[in-house]
Design a binder for this molecule. Structure first.
Ligand code: 3HC
Length: 285
């Protein structure tokens, strides 16, 4: 199926940049959020980002204007999704909320619309049966910052049609991304399984008092050549996301080992969620 119109649900950390990627690639994009402050921030980002790209010489003024024209922000989910060929959901990492959203989208969207989730860990089969179109519900997982990171993971669970996967892979390619296809559903897909392993080790070393978070970041950057240390990355992707992911896993397994680490719980409770709030492990004011 040819995709022309994309709706992005959730204008937060990931959604606002996914929407911009799609607009830059020539799709007609509508981006929505229930939180007015987040939506306004996304609008400000869009204007600022495109101007900056033009000033940097990375984008022509014509291309920037076209991308901005392609991108509509709206507080109404109905307006965002009612004509979409593809919906990309990028809301909070909570299964029950995602299921409610997908059931609603199923009613709003035309029969042909593909409903994709950008969830970091939740496989789409846990959401698909909240709709009457499970064959059109799949994972399309971007990486933060979505405007920069090339990878998109597309997951073909047993319920997903070949058509759906092919269409989503094509969209990712048109966005200038390098999609990879997972033939089976697995918790955390490919990359977040690696990320989780490094992150858990970093938090364990910190909680054991072996080294400061700054030195752990320095060690990983300079000893492994990673562009960012695990705590810098936590600040970028969001301590709140790490908390919700851990809690979701714990709720499901009941295994105390799956609970977020004490450091994550403390930071989450203090509201030190990372770059987006100005403070996480590091200060961004
Ligand atoms: N948004 C948009 N663009 C950004 C950006 C942001 N937040 N941060 C940097 N950029 C752009 C800059 O504008 C610049 O673009 P240009 O070269 O075209 O002018 C380019 O990225 C390089 O920026 P900088 O020189 O300022 O900074 P760095 O070279 O240090 O790169 C980085 C910044 C791209 C964030 C790099 O540090 C990096 O790759 N970090 C690792 C990120 C990572 O691992 N992401 C995956 C996280 S896991 C995930 O997302 C999964 C999820 O489910 C949790």
């Amino acid at each position: 199926m040819e995709i022309h119109k994309i709706a992005v649900i959730g204008a937060g950390n990931m959604g606002h940049q996914i929407a911009m990627c799609a607009a830059l690639a020539g799709f007609q994009v509508r981006c929505t959020d229930t939180n007015a402050a987040i939506l306004n921030k996304a609008i400000q980002f869009a204007d600022h980002y495109l101007n900056e790209r033009v000033q940097k010489g990375k984008l022509t003024e014509v291309a920037a204007n076209q991308a901005r024209e392609n991108l509509l922000f709206t507080a109404s989910m109905k307006e965002a999704a009612e004509n979409a060929d593809l919906v990309i959901e990028a809301i909070i990492e909570k299964l029950d909320i995602k299921r409610t959203l997908f059931a609603e989208l199923d009613k709003i969207c035309p029969a042909h619309t593909i409903l994709a989730t950008n969830s970091s860990y939740i496989v789409s089969s846990k959401i698909a049966d909240a709709t009457l179109r499970p064959d059109k519900v799949c994972n399309m997982h971007f990486f933060n910052p979505a405007l920069v990171m090339k990878l998109v993971e597309v997951v073909q669970g047993a319920h997903v049609s070949v058509d759906t996967v092919e269409s989503v892979m094509k969209v990712a390619q048109k966005m200038g991304k390098t999609p990879v296809l997972l033939h089976k559903e697995i918790y955390g897909f490919l990359v977040n399984r690696f990320l989780q392993a490094t992150r858990q080790e970093a938090l364990k070393l910190l909680d054991m008092g072996v080294a400061s978070y700054e030195d752990i970041d320095t060690a990983v950057k300079n000893g492994l050549g990673y562009p960012m240390g695990p705590f810098q990355l936590l600040d970028l992707t969001g301590v709140d996301l790490a908390y919700h992911v851990g809690m979701e896993k714990y709720r499901e397994s009941g295994d105390p080992a799956d609970r977020p680490s004490p450091t994550i719980v403390e930071k989450f409770t203090k509201g030190e969620w990372g770059k987006k709030v100005g403070k996480g492990f590091y200060d961004y004011e």
